[in-house]
Design a protein around this ligand. Structure first.
Ligand SMILES: NC(=O)C1=CN([C@@H]2O[C@H](COP(=O)(O)OP(=O)(O)OC[C@H]3O[C@@H](n4cnc5c(N)ncnc54)[C@H](OP(=O)(O)O)[C@@H]3O)[C@@H](O)[C@H]2O)C=CC1
Ligand SMILES: CC(=O)N[C@@H](CCC(=O)OP(=O)(O)O)C(=O)O
Length: 347
């Protein structure tokens, strides 16, 4: 069967990555692409790397133009997708790459985003370990999916296995991330100018202010943490794509290096797109560029009494568009990895 697909926000980074991945999907066909300021332009005038879509023109982003497809991917700034999604038919599979439908709590939404609260949809990180199974189970058959924040999914995948297994505590979690500027989207922002970031590492949202904190806490509660406490610091570094998240947590009483490694091995056994590296090996962002793959390395620091997890993700692939397509495959009952690359681009 061929599913007809519309992509809103196709002129942006996340929309562009959806288009790149869907070009290789045997059952999804992108028929409509929309934008905002760029509406009216040929898609390849705005996304010149997507030569296979020379036949598509960017249209206005309205519910009328997006209706009439089997699947709608929304890759719009947060706050812009809630109202559009609410106007789409219930039987259409809608996947929101923005934050509008990620959080269960209206208070969290008000504190970190503001504006109308639209309620939570099935969270699109299939491999995420939960106390009662895996997030994948909640995606089967759904018609509404909230794709994750890229930093949030990277940190949640890093820490949830240890929390679920009880081998780390959740009261003293620390994550420091090296992130590329494409995570902030394509629109002009002074702090992302090449002159500001080339040759420099720039921290931002330091000290408990980042919007992904409630999203990570929610995922860690699903894994079994009662009241997770995370210190989270992203640092912009000069690489166009990629996240390298170094997370650490206190070893739980009685946990051993063997029981710790077993927790992560159990969590991701059999997973294609989340892979734990052998002992002593740690990933680089270069290993996952263009891939729908999260690579993870794990160490137990007995002197510090902490577990350290290093995870590399391509923010636009596994961090957004890949997670969106993988989750859509699950919702529709298709093979989960259909159309998705496990291999990266190197060097
Ligand atoms: N970049 C990333 O790594 C990640 C992004 N996301 C989320 O995905 C979404 C898209 O992000 P990203 O692609 O990076 O952002 P971009 O700024 O690159 O793209 C935004 C897109 O939305 C369109 N747009 C802008 N304003 C409006 C509006 N008021 N109404 C309708 N369309 C509008 C733009 O159209 P035009 O260009 O024509 O103005 C463009 O197509 C965001 O919610 C983001 O948070 C999630 C995880 C990671
Ligand atoms: C470099 C940079 O700014 N990165 C973004 C990543 C945003 C993201 O993952 O998207 P959502 O806004 O949909 O959550 C940030 O840290 O906010």
């Amino acid at each position: 069967m061929t599913y007809s697909v519309a992509i809103a926000g196709a002129s942006g980074y996340a929309g562009g990555e959806l288009l790149r991945l869907l070009a290789d999907h045997p059952e999804f066909e992108v028929r409509t692409v929309t934008a905002h300021a760029n509406a009216g332009q040929a898609l390849i005038a705005v996304q010149p790397h997507l030569r296979g879509y020379a036949h598509l023109t960017l249209q206005e982003t309205t519910p009328e133009i997006l209706s009439g497809h089997d699947i709608v991917f929304l890759a719009l700034p947060h706050g812009a997708s809630g109202a559009i999604a609410a106007a789409l038919p219930d039987d259409v599979l809608v996947v929101d790459c923005g934050a509008d439908h990620r959080l269960e709590g209206a208070d969290d939404w008000a504190a970190f985003y503001g504006g109308d609260f639209h309620g939570a949809w099935s969270y699109g990180v299939p491999e995420l370990p939960r106390a009662d199974g895996r997030q994948r189970d909640r995606l089967v058959g759904t018609r509404r999916i909230a794709a994750p924040g890229c930093n949030a999914s990277t940190v949640s995948l890093s820490l949830a296995p240890g929390i679920r297994a009880g081998v780390i505590g959740a009261g003293d979690l620390v994550s420091v991330l090296a992130v590329g500027p494409s995570g902030a989207g394509k629109s002009l922002k002074a702090h992302l100018l090449a002159s500001e970031i080339l040759g420099s590492a720039n921290p931002y949202a330091v000290g408990g202010t980042h919007r992904h904190l409630p999203e990570i806490a929610q995922a860690l509660r699903w894994a079994g943490a009662e009241d997770p406490r995370l210190s989270f610091t992203p640092v912009l570094v000069p690489m166009s794509r990629g996240i390298l998240a170094t997370s650490s947590a206190k070893l739980a009483p009685g946990a051993t290096p063997e029981s710790v490694r077993a927790a992560w091995e159990d969590a991701y056994a059999g997973e294609t797109f989340v892979q734990l590296l052998p002992e002593g090996q740690f990933p680089r962002t270069a290993d996952v560029l263009g891939a729908n793959t999260a690579l993870m390395g794990l160490a137990v620091d007995l002197h510090a009494g902490r577990v350290v997890v290093v995870t590399a993700v391509d923010n636009l692939a596994k961090g957004t568009a890949g997670a969106a397509v993988q989750s859509a495959n699950i919702a529709l009952g298709l093979p989960e990895g259909l159309g998705l690359p496990v291999n990266g681009v190197a060097p």
